[in-house]
Design a protein around this ligand. Structure first.
Ligand code: SER
Length: 446
């Protein structure tokens, strides 16, 4: 019998409880740190414990399961959603932690045992690949001792030679706080999937990162200095949805039990075929509506700042997909009830909190109406001014990038909708200028 995601979560927790870890309930999705809007990893609630000394702690081994949102801030996956099989705006992170207790050797051995022992996850050992921080020979040697061959271990350098400790294998929650080198565990989905295992960015879906083991040794201060901590600690995070996709043998987060019915609800309510053209939009809608429900249950409402802004951004991205599917009326609010009923199967405790589903539907409907008005107005401006903003480059008609940026930035018209509109008139958009203006804006907002 294949395990469902609730059983997989329970197995993770039981494994570490047997290794003398104390279970600590997850923290709220709304972050308490001033430098973070939403909880982005399991270690957030423990970040101060890493800075203490272990004789001041009531426990030194902890296990938990934490809902995380990675939209905005240092870790932002929003634009990956719909384009990969492995990203979600909200996911559950399974983690074990050591505060000055065990370190690299035990941590790596725990992960190997849980993943590959036939009494636990029983994954195929041959499909496991590893990355380590380039100077972390200790971790590399532990993996070799376990039996991972040299060609399956990649050393990841700093992104830039002049900036030590800025690397995909050096983890930090935000710009300050506890941090350290990490070793990441990947699973090879096989040659039906595109992707290479290299020391460059991991592009493609073939090698999927399932677990990150961080060896916390430093505290980064506001000036970017790394201060060595008194004790060595461990912070690990495994994506429940990703490991479920492997254990359930479906190889996509959107096909695991947590998501499969949400995808069906979207498809059926919107009366869509699950074909190549629609699939991306269906995935984005399923992901974004699910995340919006979790945020709304935390009593956040859409607005133009902070958490409310992120929520609005997520809802609008879903609305944009609806528009791209050719639907010009509010419809997302009609799927909320079915979503919540299904989500309760995996997050029973979370949905015990008393919140009127009708309220959530009203808020979503309101956002959809606002979005439709915004689109209509933006398109009006576009139609009125299109002729004056055409430039010819290499005999091709292009819409001036400055104007495109204005439509996006001032009138809130999503870029996909602008491209879609222009396509009908055989006009491309001047992406070079547009992207340049976007990068300038990003730098200014940083
Ligand atoms: N904090 C690390 C991460 O989020 C490991 O839990 O990847």
């Amino acid at each position: 019998m294949v395990m469902n995601s609730n059983e997989i979560r329970n197995m993770f927790l039981s494994f570490f409880k047997r290794k003398n870890h104390v279970f600590i309930k997850e923290s709220s999705l709304i972050s308490k740190s001033s430098d973070l809007l939403f909880t982005n990893s399991g270690m957030n609630q423990f970040k101060d414990l890493f800075l203490l000394e272990n004789n001041k702690l009531n426990f030194t081994r902890v296990v938990n399961s934490q809902k995380c949102i990675r939209v905005g801030g240092k870790h932002d996956d929003l634009n990956n959603i719909g384009y990969t099989l492995r990203h979600n705006t909200l996911f559950e992170m399974l983690g074990n932690f050591s505060f000055g207790d065990y370190f690299k050797e035990e941590s790596i051995n725990f992960s190997w045992e849980l993943l590959t022992n036939k009494n636990w996850f029983n994954l195929d050992k041959n499909k496991i690949f590893i990355t380590v921080y380039y100077s972390d020979e200790e971790s590399e040697n532990i993996w070799k001792k376990i039996g991972i061959s040299k060609n399956k271990i990649i050393k990841i350098k700093d992104i830039n030679k002049n900036n030590k400790y800025i690397s995909n294998n050096f983890w930090q929650m935000s710009n300050i706080g506890p941090c350290g080198p990490c070793t990441e565990i990947f699973y090879d989905l096989g040659d039906n999937f595109k992707g290479k295992f290299t020391n460059k960015s991991n592009i493609g879906d073939r090698y999927i990162e399932i677990w990150n083991l961080v060896f916390i040794q430093f505290n980064k201060d506001i000036n970017g200095n790394l201060i060595k901590l008194n004790m060595n600690s461990v912070d690990t995070g495994m994506g429940l949805e990703r490991v479920s996709s492997i254990i359930q043998n479906v190889n996509s987060n959107y096909k695991i039990d947590i998501f499969i019915n949400l995808v069906e609800i979207v498809k059926n309510k919107l009366n869509l075929l699950y074909n190549k053209k629609n699939i991306k939009y269906i995935k984005i809608i399923a992901d974004h509506v699910r995340t919006s429900i979790f945020i709304l249950y935390n009593k956040i409402i859409p607005s133009n700042e902070k958490h409310g802004y992120v929520l609005r951004k997520i809802i609008r991205r879903a609305c944009c997909c609806i528009n791209m599917l050719g639907i010009n009326y509010p419809i997302l609010y009609t799927i909320i009830n079915n979503f919540i009923e299904y989500m309760k199967l995996f997050y029973y405790d979370f949905f015990l909190s008393n919140y009127e589903i009708g309220n959530i539907e009203k808020i979503i409907l309101n956002e959809e109406e606002k979005f439709i008005n915004l689109i209509n107005y933006g398109l009006l401006i576009l139609k009125k001014n299109i002729d004056n903003n055409i430039i010819i480059k290499n005999n091709k008609k292009l819409l001036d990038g400055n104007f495109v940026f204005k439509l996006y930035d001032t009138y809130g018209l999503p870029i996909d909708i602008i491209i879609n509109f222009c396509k009908k008139y055989n006009i491309n958009i001047d992406k070079l200028i547009f992207n340049e203006l976007m990068s300038i804006q990003k730098i200014n907002n940083f």
